[in-house]
Write a protein that binds this ligand. Structure first.
Ligand SMILES: *Cc1c(COP(=O)(O)O)cnc(C)c1O
Length: 367
């Protein structure tokens, strides 16, 4: 049996440090924000190469606050991808703004920057690229288009902790960048967590206010804020785990190279790492013609796989009112029907990668 994710195996390796950190918080009497969270913010900002990091309770809240701080209001349009987790679009809609989707580049699964300018209208205010699966979108194009049209760029880096684009970290290229520490992410809390990083002082101040009821001092509320604060336990745990992140990312990268070597040249189409890009392999999504067939076969053989994502956001019932239809984004729709995520996590054994690859090849060569 090879699970899709094995968080217990990861926990076993860092158990002593994590339990000491959590116990320290339990005994401290301070459970929300506080010293551990501030220290984690400083360490995460340093890791991302930004002046500020503001810890929040989820990646979705990070996106919500980054959009609010960028001045997005109801009726504004934000250009993004339909091939993402639903949170990207949901955060835009929390404000009453409209997600305007642009199809993906089928080679990278990220927004097709050649189609962005065609989607800009007088109401467009921002571009929200998603660094899907752990590889950054074409930020060079995105930043040029944004500068030309006076748009803000907010990065959804919820799957891309530590990814690089021309040597620059995910989250550090736009006005702000948003991260999730959901347990299954490359850097995961033992509960929920999120972060906004930015080098813009004004954005940082505004996001700090918004995450904590809009207070500039206790019980003095200058804006209508939210309760989006990070728990102290998560801050303490994430400090421990941040120290492991580079080694974990290198292990993911080794697995990706191994998969690619074994699957290369077969009918299983492997994902690519772009030139000048460091992919952090949150997801290793292959493409095959009979995706559901391969998935059932691997399940029968005891190998768990994932689907990221089976329905693009523009075809989700919750977002039908946006007025999109099947056929609007053919590359996103084709990807949704053909991608299959194979197990890839640091604790996976090399032999397990081989077993998964051998079985996948066996299935597609029979088909
Ligand atoms: C996980 C994720 C989010 C949301 O993060 P949460 O912490 O679950 O709220 C947003 N966007 C993308 C691309 C994600 O993968």
């Amino acid at each position: 049996m090879i699970p899709f994710l094995n968080l217990r195996a990861q926990y076993a390796k860092i158990q002593g440090q994590v339990e000491a950190a959590a116990l320290g918080v339990l005994r401290s009497g301070h459970y929300v924000l506080g010293e551990e969270v501030s220290a984690f913010e400083e360490e995460f900002a340093a890791y991302c190469g930004t002046r500020h990091a503001i810890a929040v309770n989820t990646g979705t809240s990070a996106l919500h606050l980054a959009l609010l701080a960028a001045g997005i209001v109801a009726g504004d349009e934000v250009i993004t991808t339909p091939f993402t987790f639903v949170a990207t679009a949901a955060a835009i809609r929390y404000i009453g703004a409209r997600p305007v989707f642009v199809d993906i580049n089928p080679k990278t699964f990220n927004i097709d920057t050649a189609q962005i300018e065609g989607a800009i209208t007088p109401r467009t205010r921002a571009i929200l690229p998603v660094h899907l699966y752990g590889q950054m979108a074409n930020m060079n194009d995105i930043l040029l288009i944004a500068a030309k049209h006076g748009l803000a760029v907010i990065e959804d880096a919820c799957q891309a902790h530590g990814a690089l684009y021309d040597g620059q970290r995910a989250g550090s290229l736009g006005l702000s960048g948003c991260f999730s520490f959901y347990p299954g992410k490359n850097l995961g809390a033992y509960g929920e967590g999120g972060m906004v990083v930015t080098s813009n002082d004004e954005q940082a101040n505004q996001i700090r206010l918004l995450r904590d009821w809009g207070q500039d001092r206790r019980y003095h509320h200058v804006v209508n804020g939210y309760n989006y604060r990070m728990d102290a336990i998560q801050g303490a745990v994430l400090r421990v785990k941040l120290r492991e992140l580079e080694a974990w990312t290198e292990a993911r990268r080794a697995h990706a190279r191994h998969y690619s070597k074994l699957l290369g040249g077969s009918a299983v189409i492997i994902p690519q790492e772009n030139e000048g890009s460091r992919h952090v392999w949150h997801i290793f999504a292959v493409r095959v013609e009979d995706r559901d067939g391969l998935r059932s076969f691997l399940t029968r053989e005891g190998i768990e796989t994932g689907l990221h994502y089976p329905i693009p956001v523009h075809l989700q019932p919750a977002h039908a009112d946006l007025g999109y239809f099947r056929g609007d984004f053919p590359h996103a729709e084709a990807a949704a029907n053909s991608v299959l995520s194979l197990p890839i996590y640091p604790e996976l054994a090399e032999r397990e990668v081989e077993i998964v690859a051998e079985l996948a090849i066996q299935d597609v060569s029979v088909a």
